[in-house]
Design a binder for this molecule. Structure first.
Ligand SMILES: NC(=O)c1ccc[n+]([C@@H]2O[C@H](COP(=O)([O-])OP(=O)(O)OC[C@H]3O[C@@H](n4cnc5c(N)ncnc54)[C@H](O)[C@@H]3O)[C@@H](O)[C@H]2O)c1
Length: 584
């Protein structure tokens, strides 16, 4: 929910976005939508042309995610035999949304017995459970592995080709590398790694082993963000000078478990004081299976970096400096990723901010990570030298703020993109709205929250929003992949399903070519970019650099200027050397 919009204003904003998407398509300026009509190249019609042919002239429909992201030729391929490593909250979402025609789940791996159980049974919302996705009889055949070593031992028997990793942050790099050493392709959840040195290590390992490395910043595969980006590329919003990203939640309510709940949780680790998904109860079954000694054995030979001192640190990993990266890693990284996408995949210039344990405290929720953050990023605008477009204007800066607090959720989460001609609001990865600014140079012009718009480039100019008071309905279109009027969960809009489908497609393409994956570049671009996941190692590393450097800036109350070498995977330069915590 956004701060002060009425339902009518939201409806106007939504209709405006759909109108603008349709208008751009009719103007021949869209890759996300097609209009009815003849194929662009009658001798060589593609999938978009097949769509066109079935449409009345002037009608507009979204292309599918597979067409837009370039893997619509999948049909006829055998699903990639895939294992899920880490069956917790996110593993559950991914399993609920994966497409078995692309990724056949042949094994799951987890060290917590309760989550092994949950991945099959499912729970609320998108976590449907493998029993439901495959049917109980088939799901029974999925191998259950209780450690990575167990899974890799069974690799040949299972015919395993790829893994999806959804484990705590500090374990991403050792698990990724071990899987790559076994010849497996990897889709690892975000944040990429606990520090930038480790990100660089993962990128090098993918190159050395010739395997795919995809990282789960799902907005790269969201049809909603693709369409929003297309609108920004057409300059519909004018000059963007500010993006306001926020992710506000209220985890401040007292937790009062029933006697039944209490009977399931190991009270020696404390019963949570607040209802807070980061500081959860510790199930007795997990506590019994995972003594500190057992956890040490499972720490990939380096408990200092990759281990958990006890089961509570494993379950509440987001709250500790060794195992998690706090609000910036978990929430902010997604929204900074979105900001850098909509600003044309640029890298930030500098970051400063304030963060702290402003609300929680000892005995109640004794976390190490901040419970509130307010950070300011400076990004290059299109005329800035660092935007790479030949500009020289160092004043052309876009200010991106990110705030996240745990004690008020009135505004929820989303990204507000503020341009000189209009405002776009991407709400909860599910909906998008567009409003026009009133043009003060034109007498009687209208704009703002209640004004309907059309988009036109009549007269040969660039597409621009026009206010319309005579709009009579129709002419718009649903965002691509999304049913008209739908809100809430939508697979193509969320990006998880698409990200996994494209990952599978890339795996098969490289196998067809009988070649190890090559990350070779020419003129700064990947030679085989179409069969490398969109959020590959270098892209994901940039997100990690933003999130982790913001934490360093807040810890020291400094303004940190980003250095080019940090973003270069082949250089050893990393922000933690200069700005990280000094060892005691
Ligand atoms: N893309 C997104 O929007 C999104 C959303 C939420 C979480 N995530 C990411 O997904 C990852 C997992 O988060 P989560 O919320 O599911 O955490 P979680 O704690 O709910 O689940 C993690 C699971 O990994 C298991 N695990 C830990 N070490 C293991 C090992 N060595 N071998 C096998 N399993 C092991 C744990 O037992 C647990 O079941 C994190 O990196 C997180 O940042 C991404």
């Amino acid at each position: 929910m956004s701060l002060d919009l009425t339902p009518e204003q939201k409806a106007t904003g939504k209709a405006n976005f759909e109108q603008a998407a349709g208008d751009l398509a009719r103007d021949g300026k869209s890759k996300t939508m097609v209009t009815g009509g003849a194929p662009s190249d009658p001798k060589n019609p593609d999938r978009r042309d097949v769509l066109k042919a079935g449409l009345a002239a002037g009608a507009v429909v979204p292309v599918s995610a597979a067409v837009y992201f370039g893997y619509s030729s999948w049909k006829g391929n055998k699903a990639v035999k895939t294992a899920l490593i880490g069956c917790g909250d996110e593993g559950g979402v991914l399993m609920g949304d994966h497409n078995p025609e692309y990724n056949e789940i042949v094994a799951v791996c987890d060290i917590r017995p309760t989550n092994m159980d949950r991945i099959f049974k499912g729970d609320t919302g998108p976590r449907k459970g493998l029993n439901k996705v495959y049917g109980e009889a088939t799901a029974k055949k999925i191998e259950r592995c209780t450690s990575l070593a167990d899974l890799l031992d069974k690799k040949s028997k299972l015919g395993l080709e790829a893994v999806i990793i959804a484990t705590p942050l500090n374990t991403h790099d050792p698990i990724t590398k071990a899987c790559m050493d076994a010849g497996l392709h990897v889709l690892c959840e975000k944040l990429m790694a606990r520090d930038v040195t480790r990100c660089k290590g993962m990128i090098k390992h993918a190159k050395d082993t010739g395997t795919l490395l995809a990282v789960g910043h799902q907005r790269h595969y969201s049809t909603l963000y693709a369409q929003a980006l297309e609108m920004l590329e057409n300059n519909i919003l004018g000059d963007i000078k500010h993006i306001r990203a926020l992710w506000h939640r209220n985890n401040s309510w007292r937790y009062s478990p029933s006697a039944f709940d209490k009977s399931k949780y190991a009270e020696e680790y404390g019963v949570p004081y607040y209802v807070d998904s980061w500081w959860k109860e510790i199930p007795k079954a997990d506590a019994a299976a995972l003594s500190p000694e057992k956890l040490k054995e499972l720490a990939f030979g380096n408990p200092e970096l990759y281990g958990f001192k006890d089961v509570a640190e494993l379950v509440r990993w987001r709250c500790f400096d060794k195992t998690g990266g706090g609000l910036m890693a978990e929430l902010g990284s997604h929204q900074l990723d979105a900001s850098s996408i909509v600003l044309g995949h640029v890298k930030p210039l500098a970051v400063s901010g304030v963060g702290g344990k402003f609300f929680y405290g000892p005995g109640r929720n004794d976390r190490e990570s901040d419970d509130g953050v307010f950070v300011t990023f400076e990004f290059p605008g299109p005329k800035h030298p660092k935007a790479g477009k030949g500009g020289t204007d160092t004043n052309d800066v876009v200010v991106v703020t990110f705030t996240s607090f745990n004690s008020n959720e009135f505004e929820g989460y989303g990204e507000w993109i503020m341009g000189s001609h209009g405002t776009m609001f991407l709400e909860k990865e599910a909906d998008v709205y567009l409003w026009r600014e009133k043009d003060k140079s034109k007498k009687g012009d209208t704009g703002g929250r209640d004004t309907r718009i059309t988009v036109t480039s009549a007269g040969g100019g660039k597409p621009a929003m026009e206010s319309t008071s005579t709009w009579g309905g129709g002419g718009g279109s649903a965002p691509i992949g999304k049913a008209a009027g739908a809100s809430g969960w939508d697979s193509a809009v969320r990006g998880y399903r698409t990200e996994m489908e494209h990952f599978a497609y890339c795996v098969r393409k490289w196998q067809e070519m009988k070649q190890k994956v090559s990350y070779e570049k020419k003129d700064g671009k990947l030679v085989h970019g179409e069969i490398i996941p969109r959020c590959h190692g270098e892209v994901a590393m940039a997100d990690a650099i933003m999130a982790l450097t913001a934490n360093m800036a807040m810890a020291k109350r400094e303004r940190i200027v980003f250095e080019d070498g940090w973003f270069d995977a082949d250089k050893a330069d990393v922000p933690e050397t200069k700005h990280g915590p000094k060892k005691a």
